[in-house]
Ligand binder design. Structure first.
Ligand SMILES: [Zn+2]
Ligand SMILES: [Zn+2]
Length: 328
């Protein structure tokens, strides 16, 4: 087997790990989210647009080799290259070739269009190691334009009732996707410090981000994108920023933007509105992508894989949960 599960995904002939969980000498990083890019690696190898995200999160003194998409390098006895995953800026699938056998590891990916992330590119392979965050048939993403129609209607309603709109989002990915999609003729869009800092890193790569205003002071017609706190508790600090909106006359209307909102109520227990926006593949695109890469074997990881593996086997595709086929 070309890979084991040691320290995330360990490539045996290449002697490197993909998105390792513990310190190692050579780490190939698919993208900048914290569950994939961790500190403590002697050598990071990643796409050139993920590198500044890593420096921003992990410090300027990390040792990074930056690759273009499609650029091939040799690690040990394996050739590797990175290919767009469509998930967030710089996100990459890792193609690994050894003695004519090709594996592709997706990291997180999506097929929906994104104003910042380069579009997912299906790579033909023998073994396809796919994420499976939303591996259930209920997860089917609505058209982004329809979601934005709902977001805009909610925002306008909040303005009429004198409430400031607040949407909780990840600072990397979701924040920029909403920022690009929001109609700023309705009112002013504000972001918190953490989103602003991420935007700066993105703009410095040469990818534009729309104009916006910054907290701490938001007008009543404002829509605030914040990464602070959990789902909808806005009493967060110390740098949560949204709490600075709390004044005697400030009333807020809260929302979240996530794929999980498919299976949650329209309003959560805090009364927050749930909009369905995801940077992951939904059920139909997980299945379509397996067809597109024309592989002979699928290994599913990163999520509850059982329904997806079962479905693929019913379609006569050889499929496994990662723990069934790769040794530790
Ligand atoms: Zn991610
Ligand atoms: Zn992830």
């Amino acid at each position: 087997m070309m890979f084991t599960r040691r320290n995330g995904l360990h490539c045996v002939p290449g002697d490197f790990c993909i998105d390792p969980v513990r310190s190692t000498h050579t780490a190939v990083i698919t993208h900048g989210h914290s569950d994939h890019a961790r500190r403590g690696m002697q050598h990071y190898i990643t796409h050139k647009h993920t590198a500044p995200i890593l420096r921003h999160r992990l410090g300027n003194n990390i040792n990074v080799t930056e690759l273009e998409y499609d650029q091939q390098i040799k690690l040990g006895d394996a050739w590797i290259s990175l290919h767009p995953a469509g998930h967030v800026i710089g996100s990459a699938q890792v193609r690994v070739e050894h003695q004519g056998e090709v594996w592709v590891c997706t990291g997180d990916y999506k097929r929906d269009s994104d104003p910042i992330a380069a579009p997912f590119q299906p790579i033909v392979c023998d073994t396809f190691v796919t994420e499976c965050t939303f591996g259930l048939p209920i997860y089917q993403w609505p058209d982004m334009q329809l979601v934005m129609r709902d977001v805009h209607a909610w925002w306008q309603q909040n303005i009429l009732s004198g409430r400031t709109s607040v949407i909780h989002v990840y600072p990397l990915g979701k924040a920029q996707r909403l920022l690009c999609a929001l109609d700023q003729s309705i009112g002013t869009v504000y972001v918190d410090d953490s989103i602003h800092a991420t935007n700066q890193v993105i703009v410095n790569t040469g990818i534009p981000v729309p104009q916006y205003s910054r907290l701490p002071v938001a007008t009543a017609d404002g829509l605030v994108l914040t990464s602070a706190g959990g789902s909808a508790n806005t009493q967060h600090g110390p740098n949560g920023n949204v709490n600075t909106l709390h004044g005697p006359n400030t009333r807020l209307s809260l929302a979240t933007a996530s794929g999980w909102n498919v299976s949650q109520k329209r309003f959560d227990s805090n009364g927050a509105r749930g909009f369905v926006v995801s940077d992951h593949a939904d059920w139909p695109t997980l299945i379509q992508t397996v067809k597109d890469v024309n592989c002979s074997r699928v290994i599913a990881m990163h999520g509850d894989t059982s329904a997806f593996v079962k479905f693929l086997r019913q379609q006569n595709t050889e499929a496994f949960d990662i723990s069934e086929i790769l040794t530790e």
